[in-house]
Design a protein around this ligand. Structure first.
Ligand code: ADP
Ligand code: MG
Length: 704
């Protein structure tokens, strides 16, 4: 047995958190920083100097030699540049360890090779990173030693966002402002801040590192590009996993320990649907911290897997025919004094506020379904969304029977039929039923489900930053709140009537987005089309949502993105898509040319020799001859498909960057890739396992 983990002792031990700051910072400085964190005030340099000094001293005690401004550019992964704390050598030849306020709050990575979608070309060449002091700094221990990691946002010198974090922080401000407006209308004078809270459930696969290294597709693209299904699919008994479990358990123990030390509240872990698939969920946190923590979780899973002789696959679809991986993004709005706006509440008063919030969200999701869908798109998720497994590509909202019934009452009553508590609040319903029970019995196929006191957005890809989806959620709901507040603030004395009418109006007008049935069924696709809901089946079809007039108007109104930023993001996405498929196509060409064709040619030679030998021996050669014929036909099919793929790929490479090229990859290159895969997978089922040049699906997912 390994050493037990003393959780309460180690939790957050490597985080420069509130306790540490309170202990180490002079009172005045601590208060100043708290004000910055709570009210978003700018930090002055003198204060920053004191904080930087203490942070450095603390980090050095933890063994840190370097610091890094840890940021999330538009590549999808975190980026970091490490600087050591050492100062220029003194005349004595010795060095001091120093870290200034300026170095803490602002860094200037040479970031010219991060994607900017043309932004930096038109504006300024350089970018800078700025400390997001609402997400605590931490010390990370790895092979490089210990590093002080400072969560930052990344902007160009003229202030354009070049990362995931900046728009997220802007959207959090937008939703805060509009939520407070809404709360004030309901007589709340005490809450000072409303923060979106997020709990992402991270799915991942683990495979043996030695087998991983034998597959170029996994190495270069993170997913298998070829592979026949094993005889056994997703249903396996415990016994099968007997020995595996110990290996995975040891891995999970280490992951938890590392996460707890840096203050990530890893909470739930379990095996997922597919063999070799698992999930890790932390306790929810405020959105920007949740985003950072999710990045830390992904990095930690990969790093720890390496130490255990495994590889962690974060790709949305590492194996065709086996369940893919997603990231359920649980989202709610919480006040600084502990109220959740998505909690139906217990009194009629709370209920009405909740119904307004709920119908505003229905409206937001209905109007901006295309944007939400876009926020979950990446090349990997194209294999998942709408592919009859995880959520369909069509956005709809699941509310559960009881809540749907409440809305139905609202819609059908011309005026309120029941008055509540002295005839004051006329919503048409008595107090709401206990929705928590309904939520437990929830629909698993809905992409956007109400689960008791939060919404669960289930489309998000396993590999992606969750920043994008939360930027969209925060902003579209801020817009709906703002529009509702405009109406209600103007209502004056008629508030109660106006409120009732508005809730009813939203429930009626946006009824089409509510769907409680089976999201995987063919019927739903047709039904959704009748309702006029968008069905964006792929990333390239979803990207235009970023730059529609309604999207630009909304993001500009709430100062989350400028029109230029949105255009640049669309450009980056097209390019990222084209690059990803280009790498996949080239990897397939490489594998087919150098591994599959030679292996099958050799195999047919063996068969041909066998046919001759057996015939000479005077025995029947029907089986051998038939096999030889079958394999040869497939070999020819493979060779033709390979040449066809090479041809379209060569065309794609010559095209100019942008939408047209991304479309070409999706509509021309991807089908050519599928055409090459088909004969190879068939061959894998026929050719002798010994002759097959790489580990099979069975080897990868059943023998971890
Ligand atoms: P599931 O049954 O889907 O696993 P859980 O109740 O276990 O759902 O929660 C999944 C995630 O949702 C966890 O990360 C949890 O912390 C988070 N969560 C729970 N309540 C809220 C909330 N009010 N707001 C945001 N996230 C929440
Ligand atoms: Mg879930």
């Amino acid at each position: 047995m390994s050493e037990p983990i003393k959780v309460t002792e180690i939790f957050g031990e490597d985080v420069f958190n509130d306790t540490v700051m309170q202990e180490r910072l002079p009172k005045k400085i601590y208060k100043e920083l708290k004000r910055t964190i709570e009210e978003g005030k700018e930090l002055d340099l003198a204060t920053a100097d004191v904080i930087a000094h203490e942070m450095k001293e603390w980090a050095i005690e933890k063994g840190a030699t370097h610091y890094t401004h840890w940021f999330q550019p538009l590549t999808g992964v975190t980026a970091e540049k490490h600087d050591s704390f050492i100062s220029a050598p003194l005349p004595s030849g010795r060095v001091l360890m120093s870290f200034s306020g300026k170095e803490l709050i602002k860094g200037e990575p040479d970031a010219s090779s991060f994607p900017s979608g043309g932004l930096r070309a038109t504006f300024e060449a350089r970018g800078y990173t700025a400390w997001d002091c609402t997400s605590p700094a931490f010390v990370r221990h790895d092979a490089a030693g210990a590093t002080l990691c400072i969560p930052t946002a990344f902007c160009s010198y003229t202030g354009e966002a070049l990362d995931q974090k900046t728009p997220l922080l802007r959207s959090m401000e937008a939703i805060n402002e509009q939520s407070l407006r809404l709360l004030r209308l309901f007589g709340n004078t005490t809450s000072k801040k409303v923060t979106p809270c997020v709990g992402p459930e991270q799915e991942y696969f683990l495979v043996d590192a030695a087998k991983f290294r034998e597959r170029k597709d996994l190495i270069y693209t993170g997913r298998t590009l070829f592979g026949a299904m094993p005889p056994k699919g997703q249903e396996l008994d415990d016994h099968y996993f007997g020995t595996i479990r110990q290996r995975i358990a040891g891995f999970m123990k280490d992951v938890n320990e590392e996460l707890w030390k840096v203050g990530v509240s890893a909470k739930t872990q379990h095996n997922e649907v597919a063999p070799a698939q698992h999930e890790l969920a932390p306790i929810y946190a405020q959105a920007n911290v949740a985003v950072d923590h999710n990045q830390i979780i992904m990095q930690t899973l990969k790093r720890v897997a390496g130490r255990h002789g495994m590889k962690c696959l974060l790709h949305e679809k590492p194996f065709a025919g086996v369940n893919g991986s997603g990231k359920h993004n649980n989202w709610s709005l919480t006040t600084d004094d502990g109220k959740n706006l998505l909690d139906p509440g217990k009194t009629p008063h709370e209920n009405v506020q909740f119904l307004l919030v709920l119908t505003c969200i229905l409206k937001a999701v209905d109007i901006h379904a295309d944007l939400l869908r876009e926020s979950a798109s990446d090349p990997g998720n194209d294999h998942r969304l709408g592919a009859n497994e995880a959520p369909p590509a069509i956005i709809s909202v699941f509310l559960g029977e009881q809540l749907e019934d409440v809305l139905e009452q609202l819609r059908s009553t011309g005026s309120a039929t029941h008055s509540i508590k002295g005839g004051k609040l006329e919503t048409g319903v008595r107090t709401l039923p206990d929705l928590a029970k309904d939520a437990t019995d929830r629909n698993r196929t809905s992409p956007f489900a109400f689960t008791g006191n939060k919404f669960e957005f289930r489309m998000v890809g396993s590999r992606d930053s969750i920043a994008g989806p939360n930027v969209v959620l925060n902003t579209i709901v801020a817009e709906a709140f703002a529009e509702a507040c405009d109406v209600l603030e103007a209502a004056g004395e008629d508030f109660e009537t106006a409120l009732h009418d508005l809730i009813k109006k939203y429930a009626v007008e946006h009824q089409r987005i509510v769907f409680n049935g089976n999201g995987y069924s063919e019927d739903w696709v047709e039904e959704a089309e009748r309702r006029g809901l968008p069905n964006l089946c792929s990333m390239v079809e979803a990207i235009p949502a970023l730059t529609t007039d309604k999207a630009v108007a909304m993001f500009e109104k709430f100062k989350v993105f400028t029109s230029a930023e949105l255009k640049s993001r669309a450009e980056i996405k097209y390019e990222n898509y084209a690059k990803a498929i280009n790498i996949e196509a080239r990897t397939m060409i490489d594998m087919a040319s150098k591994q599959f064709v030679p292996a099958v040619v050799k195999y047919t030679k063996g068969l041909a020799d066998t046919v001759i030998a057996v015939r000479e021996a005077g025995a029947d050669v029907t089986v051998q001859s038939e096999m030889l014929a079958e394999v040869s036909v497939l070999l020819l099919e493979m060779k033709k498909a390979l040449e066809a793929l090479k041809e379209v790929e060569a065309k794609a490479v010559c095209m100019e960057e942008g939408k047209e090229r991304a479309d070409f990859y999706y509509f021309e290159v991807v089908p050519a890739m599928e055409a090459l895969r088909a004969p190879v997978d068939k061959l894998e089922m026929i050719v002798d396992k010994e002759a097959w040049p790489m580990p099979s699906y069975g080897d990868l997912i059943f023998e971890v």
